[in-house]
Design a protein around this ligand. Structure first.
Ligand code: 4AD
Ligand code: MG
Length: 432
């Protein structure tokens, strides 16, 4: 008898198969028991009919506690009434691991309770669907960049530099030196771009930000492409093609997960249309001021309400271009004709999800960069390798970072970024 995974059920209709599964839920009457089975690939129903199985199997099925692990044998049947489309006509059950008083019952639980039980909460169908979307975004990212001849490069996690500012660093001891957990791999990716042309990274990044919002994680994963011989305009085109590609792949490959999450496909379809709208920082400030935001002045960074208002003025992701120099890190290329802004863009997701990409063209002038590093109070010795990149065949280059969990939160249409990562690290939470 073949051992299969639930996701492959359609290839085995009419066959008797064996599946290793957990009992996610069950209900039964006098003559029939319905087991909600999950094996990590999908969820479907096992039907146990009293008259079709030995007495002790029916009795066992009726008494199986939630989250018992079992080997279950039965025939795959089509089932047009279920979301999944197939079910199992159960013939035999063998208990593998018992379960008692599973804490997450089908009733509603509070968020703190669920967060304390994140190691178990991951088993629920909703969390499963979100992780399938996360997985697809990662898979499609590799496909997108590999097919365009980008080389995957892995920047270090332990670093001596602070690309995104010194205020939110995690510091640790590195033997008799200080080291920091990486906030961004960008500076290393710039070195990689000078070696390999077009590169991308995908890895964990850390920000000791005291922000407790539905968009902030302390540890999050970032995709950071970096491209040599490229100006910002071309980088913006790659960014929008990349995001549209992610959306299209979810529509093509994650129908079941989108269905579980009740994500409206017609809304996502709008995000596959290119180009995405663009607005300058200057015009965005004017737009806000004309619409009653008297708390924002030119020169200030946008907060969540501002980003949401700007996003709602368009029905696709929108690029906000060329922010004030003082709001951005030291490495961004200065504007050719203006002192006060830099060549950069943030991509703001629709539906109030905020910034999903931050990127820029990079400054290439050695003396300009050295001055910026000094002005920001950074230790220039730590950056001498970075400055070397401007001494040996410096070229125009640009890049960006997409926050994986922000993107997943938006694409899945969920409330809070904490559900977009298996084990979120939040302000005041590192358990489990
Ligand atoms: O805008 P950020 O800070 O840009 C950089 O780190 C650049 N060095 C990237 C580059 O050009 N290579 O961060 C990039 C993205 C943001 O747009 C956001 O999606 C995400 O990372 N992000 C966070 N996601 C979750 N929690 C946080 N605390 C985040 N901070 C940034
Ligand atoms: Mg940013």
């Amino acid at each position: 008898m073949e051992k299969i995974q639930i996701i492959d059920a359609q290839k085995h209709v009419g066959e008797v198969v064996k599946i290793g599964a957990w009992v996610a839920n069950k209900r039964s009457s006098g003559k029939i028991a319905f087991l909600q089975l999950r094996d990590g690939t999908a969820y479907f129903q096992g039907v146990v009919v009293k008259n079709d199985v030995p007495e002790e199997i029916f009795h066992l099925a009726k008494e199986l506690p939630q989250e018992t692990s079992i080997w279950v044998t039965g025939e795959i049947r089509e089932d047009s009434r279920s979301k999944f489309g197939y079910e199992l006509g159960v013939q035999d059950i063998e208990v593998v691991g018992k379960s008692h008083d599973y804490p997450i019952t089908p009733k509603e639980h509070g968020t703190e309770f669920l967060m304390d039980h994140r190691h178990l909460w991951l088993r629920s169908s909703r969390q499963h669907a979100i992780m399938q979307i996360r997985n697809e975004v990662i898979r499609a990212t590799y496909e997108f960049f590999n097919s365009r001849h980008f080389t995957k490069v892995d920047p270090p996690i332990l670093t001596g530099s602070a690309p995104e500012g010194t205020t939110d660093l995690f510091e640790t001891n590195y033997f008799d030196q200080k080291a920091y957990l990486s906030q961004s791999g960008q500076l290393y990716m710039e070195a990689a771009a000078m070696a390999f042309g077009k590169v991308f990274s995908f890895g964990p990044t850390f920000r000791a930000e005291k922000s407790k919002t539905r968009r902030h994680l302390i540890e999050f994963w970032m995709m950071e492409p970096e491209m040599a011989f490229m100006h910002q305009e071309e980088s913006l085109q790659i960014q929008e093609e990349y995001v549209a590609f992610l959306v299209q792949n979810l529509l093509d490959n994650c129908d079941y997960a989108l269905h579980v999450l009740e994500r409206d496909r017609t809304v996502l379809e709008k995000y596959t249309k290119l180009p995405y709208p663009r607005i300058s920082y200057d015009d965005a400030v004017t737009l806000l001021q004309e619409n009653g935001f008297d708390d924002i002045e030119w020169g200030e960074d946008f907060g969540a309400p501002h980003e949401t208002f700007i996003a709602n003025s368009f029905d696709q992701p929108v690029f906000i271009l060329n922010y004030p120099k003082d709001t951005k890190p030291f490495y961004m290329k200065p504007h050719p004709t203006r002192e006060d802004v830099v060549i950069c863009a943030d991509l703001i997701a629709p539906e109030g999800y905020g910034e999903i990409i931050g990127g820029s063209e990079r400054a290439t002038d050695y003396n300009y960069l050295l001055e910026q590093i000094r002005n920001q109070g950074l230790d220039e010795n730590e950056y001498s390798w970075y400055l070397d990149l401007r001494r040996y065949g410096s070229v125009p280059h640009a890049g960006f970072g997409l926050g994986l969990e922000r993107a997943v939160t938006w694409l899945a249409g969920i409330e809070h970024v904490r559900e977009a990562i298996p084990f979120p690290r939040l302000l005041n939470r590192i358990y489990p």
